[in-house]
Structures are given as C-alpha cells and as structure tokens.
Design a binder for this molecule. Structure first.
Ligand code: XIL
Length: 317
C-alpha cells in the first residue's frame, strides 16, 4: 500500500516535509520517505537563519544531503522558504538596515540560494505568510524596511536566478473564502496581470478535527485560481486530534476523513497537483512543541505503522 505508487501512476505528487534529525540518524525514516512519497520539502533547514546564519556565510550542508537523496530516489523537491517573518538570524533581526541595504541583502539571499539549487528544486515557496488574518499585510521587517513591493521583487529575483522553477506564494487559513484568502487572491491576480512571475499558491492546511472545513468553499477558492492560470497545492497538511472527548479510535477516523476530503478537493481540481503533509510520523511532528499538547497529526504512528489516515489517503488516490 504505497502512496507513492498510486500517486505516481496517476501523475500526482504526494509529499512530506523532512526533519533533518531523523533523516540523518534513522534509516527507517529514509526508507519510508522514499517508499511512500515522490516529493519532499525540507521542514527547517532552508529557512533564512539556517541557510544564511551570518551575513557572509551560507550553510548548504544539510539541504544538500537531503536534496541529493531526493534526486537519487527520483523525488521532486519543493524549496521552503525564501522570504518569511520567522526564523531570521540575529544579524538581520538585531540590526537596523536602510531600505537600500536590506533590499540588496534580500536579493543576494534569494539569488544565492535559488542559484545553488538551480535545476534541483522544481518549486519554491518564495514568500511565506505575508498576510494577517484580517487581510492586511503582516508588519515584518521586509514590509517595514523595503515596503510592500518586497513581495514582487522576491518573485522577480527568484525567477532571474532559476527561470525554470515554479514560484509559489504560501500561507495558512487561506483555503476557504474569507478576508485573508480574498486579499491573497487579489495580490496574486495583480501580480499575474502585471507579469510578475508567480505560478502557484500553497495552502498549508494545518488542521484539527475540532474545527470544521468547508470543502465546497475550498473548491471554489481553488477554482478561482484556475481561472487566472495559477496552480494550487496543499503544502503542509497535518490534522490535530487533541481537545476532543471522543475515543482515540474515533478521533483517528475523523482525522482520516479530514485528510481524505481535503485530498479529494485537490484531486477534483484540475489545477491542484500536489498534496504534502508536514512530517511523516507522529513522533517527529512539530505540533506537540507548538501547542504544548500531545498529539498524533500525521499518517504514520510512532512505530511507522500506517494509520487510518494513511489508508484513507491511499483509497482516495
Ligand atoms: C515549523 C516547523 O515544523 C518547526 O519544526 C519549527 O520549529 C517552526 O516552523 N508554517 C510554515 C512552516 O510555513 O515553516 C512551519 O514549520 C509551520 C507553519
């Protein structure tokens, strides 16, 4: 029951994010990764502070290892992420730069990283989480110092560095129809209209069985991107099962249902061609560290046993 086998047979991309610690120390982790997925993304090691820790130092060692593994095993790679408000190194956070200086820093960062992986990374999350939930632009260092044009500049610079890579805007809580997703849609439409190189929008889909999803609205949202020639992907899905009074078994079923229904929206939208989960097995998921609660948000349990969510995805594919 390999997800990869069915997905590949249908020309569909099924992926997972890779965490470097288990990747490096756990043979079984690498085995499951290549058996079950035909795409990977790197959970942390390409973020600004990791890959560009000092102004004149880039650190490509771990991403290189993971990406070589992907290419040896015929997997596609998504790059995550070039411009974000979080995981910034101290040399960016703790200093005040002029607009001109920070613009040059960001351009150098984007182009050095994208050039290093030219031809190896097929799609980039160029800008991540630039919007607030109320549809306004997030007040981050890029907006404050460079201004709102930092977004389109980032896409242009990435495109110059690798004209063949697909370029994505990625965010959370933007899958339905709401003020945030409307603002993002307007941004993307405007960029497309003005010829800024953007190819797709990523929907993170960090989810929970305790909040309901309006699948019709998600489908509608995906469809409006199709109309303007933009592809969409589910880029970071996980489904929390904490905060529920149901039995553990029931919760795993609800989780399996949410994964399958979300995948179904993607499969039934002709501009959606990839579905990625944020991790492989529960043991290494970021969720317990993030929420402070035990959880089991992924497709495999702590012993790499496929969960009901794995089966429901397999059946849906
Ligand atoms: C998370 C990682 O999973 C954690 O290990 C890290 O401590 C923080 O970042 N949205 C994103 C991802 O775009 O980069 C985040 O990843 C999860 C939320």
């Amino acid at each position: 029951h390999s997800l990869r086998k069915v997905a590949s047979a249908n020309d569909f991309l099924i992926g997972a994010s890779v965490s470097s610690i288990p990747f490096l120390k756990d043979e079984k982790y690498r085995q499951v990764l290549k058996d079950e997925f035909n795409l990977l993304t790197i959970e942390n090691d390409m973020k600004f502070a990791k890959i560009h820790p000092q102004r004149d130092t880039y650190n490509f060692v771990i991403p290189d290892l993971i990406i070589d593994f992907a290419l040896e095993n015929d997997m596609k790679v998504r790059g995550h992420t070039l411009v974000w408000h979080a995981t910034l190194p101290d040399w960016i956070k703790d200093r005040k730069y002029s607009k001109e200086e920070l613009t040059l820093i960001l351009k150098d960062h984007i182009q050095t990283v994208v050039r290093h992986y030219k031809g190896k990374i097929y799609a980039w999350d160029v800008v991540n989480e630039a919007y607030n939930d109320d549809g306004t632009l997030r007040e981050n260092i890029w907006l404050q110092t460079i201004g709102p044009q930092y977004i389109e500049l980032a896409f242009k610079w990435a495109h110059e560095a690798d004209p063949n890579a697909l370029l994505f805007y990625n965010d959370y809580s933007n899958e339905g129809i709401n003020v945030k997703s409307n603002a993002i849609f307007e941004l993307v439409r405007d960029l497309k209209e003005r010829g800024v190189p953007i190819d797709g929008v990523g929907f993170q889909m960090h989810s929970s069985i305790t909040y309901s999803k309006d699948y019709k609205k998600i489908k509608e949202n995906f469809a409006r991107y199709k109309e303007i020639g933009v592809e969409v992907q589910v880029t970071e899905m996980d489904v929390k099962i904490q905060h529920s009074n149901e039995s553990y078994k029931k919760r795993l079923e609800q989780q399996a249902d949410m994964y399958a229904k979300t995948l179904n929206v993607c499969l039934s939208s002709s501009n959606c061609n990839a579905f990625i989960t944020w991790g492989i097995l529960d043991k290494y998921s970021w969720i317990p560290g993030f929420t402070g609660n035990k959880d089991a948000p992924l497709l495999f349990d702590n012993e790499y046993k496929p969960k009901p969510s794995h089966e429901s995805i397999y059946n849906e594919l």
